[in-house]
Every structure is written in structure tokens, then in C-alpha cells.
Design a protein around this ligand. Sequence first.
Ligand code: NCD
Length: 303
Amino acid sequence: MNPARGSLLGIEHLEAAEILRLLKFARRMNPDKPRPLLKGKRVLLLFYEASTRTRSSFEIAAKSMGAHTVLIQSAGSSIEKGESLLDTGYTVRAVGADIIVIRHPNAGAPHVMAQHIDVPVINAGDGLHEHPSQALLDAYTILRNKKSFKGLQVAIVGDIFHSRVARSACHLLSKFGVKIILCGPPELAPDIATTLAPGIRVTRHIEDALHGTDVVMLLRVQKERLSGLKIDLSEYIARYQMNQTRLKMAKKDAIVMHPGPIIRGLELTSEVADGAQARILEEVHNGVPMRMAILARAMGKMR
Ligand code: NCD
């Protein structure tokens, strides 16, 4: 079965025009001025992995459009009893789900769900693969601050290898000709990442990545993800941590982004996280209108 219309499984195969339509519609969405576009609909939030921002903003987005939401997390549900992904999907469909939002540790899980279940499926992060709603809210945040993608340079610094956020961001930004520079040690920013999309360059030197950059996108460096890799965190801090001195190497009006959760003292200093150039909480805030647009599109209401 083809995925239901309105599904959002990834950015890679989404057309630039559709991305722009979503970004434009999100500008009209405001959770403080509810619009009943999803009145009476049921949005199932199926979370097989921890989440704070993504889950809460999908929930707030759905509710502010008049939908009911049901949260199913692996702990405390039949998932814990060993029920398969598809059986859980058939079950939530049978109880009357109109939209399924799913986060899963395995790449492709939302795609499998979408091939078997006749309701729109939204990927809220699948393994190391994609995180389309995050890429859209990041693009939305960039456009709110920089007006257009034209001539922009974005530096992505940190654990790119383990980041679905980075993968989706690269797919999205490269569709609009943004110059992307990935920066980190070879274990975290492998050279092969340049094949992800056109216009991507990798550097090991933070000053090289920051020079002429409009947007500094930092990624989480999570200890648990690094087992088996030769990464010395104190060396990472010495070479890549974003501090105020380094940030000065970027353009004067550069903004600092991070999908969260942030680890102060590792990926960035508190001075940068709380500084005037940080847009980290703005990203979280923008997640709500962006996800309102994604949910409206899922129900064919993005008009
Ligand atoms: C990210 C994720 O889960 O992929 N966070 C998020 O959704 N805002 C980033 C991460 O966990 O590294």
C-alpha cells in the first residue's frame, strides 16, 4: 500500500515546493488563536523512545486545532508485552486513529507503518534516519531570522553521525541551495556525509566552519551514543565546544541553534546557550505552529 496522503515520512523525497507550502502555512498558525481544523479528530502519539519537545509540541499543536490526543509509550503499553509494531498499528487504527505520529528507534519504522495502515503517518524521528518535523521547524526558525535561504551558510557542529536531525536538515537546506559545512572529529562527522546531498562540505576545524557562517547549528554529543568510538570528550570540548570567543568567528549576526536536549559545558557554554545569539528556545516555540501545519496537511486542511 502507498502511504496515505498527508503522511510525512522524511524530507529527502519531499519537493521544495511542498516544503515552502508547509513553511508558509505554519506562519498562519498560532496556538493562542485556536483554529478547529482538526475538530473531533484523533491523533495517536506512538512513542517508542524518550521525547520532551517533539511529543509535547505535537500534542499542543493537535489540541489547539481541536483534536483529541492519545499518548502511547512503550512503557505501560502492549509494546512492553512484545506486541509487534504492525499489530500495535492495526490496534490504534481499530480504536479510531485519524493520524499516527510515531517515534521509533529503528530507521524505517514509520514507513513500514505507512505501508500497512490507511491513515497518515508522521515520522517524529526514526533511528538515525530522519526527523522531518524538526528540520521543518529549524527551517522555519532560520527564515524568521534570516528572511530567505538565499546565500546562506549553515555550519552543523557535533555528533552528525548519530543525528537524524542533521540528516533531515541537510536534505532540506540543500534543496534551497544553502551552503552546508559539517564540523567535528572524523568519528562524528565522517567524510561520507558529503554524499548525503549536494553542496555539503566537511571540515575538522571549527574556525573554518564558522568563517562566514550565518547559522551555527549545534548537535547533541551524547556519551551513550559514543561507545566503541575513540572520542575523548575533553578533547571534543577543547576543539569544538561553542563558546563566546569561537562564536565571534561567525558572522556578527549569526544565530545559534540546537534541537535539544542541550548539554551545557559539553556542546556549548552557558554563555552561548543563554546569549543574545541563541535561538534554542525559539526553536522549541516554533515547533508548535510548524507541527500544526504538518497535522493540518495530514488531514488535507492545509489550504
Ligand atoms: C533530537 C532527536 O530526538 O533526534 N531531539 C529532538 O527531537 N528535539 C536530538 C537528539 O536527541 O540528539
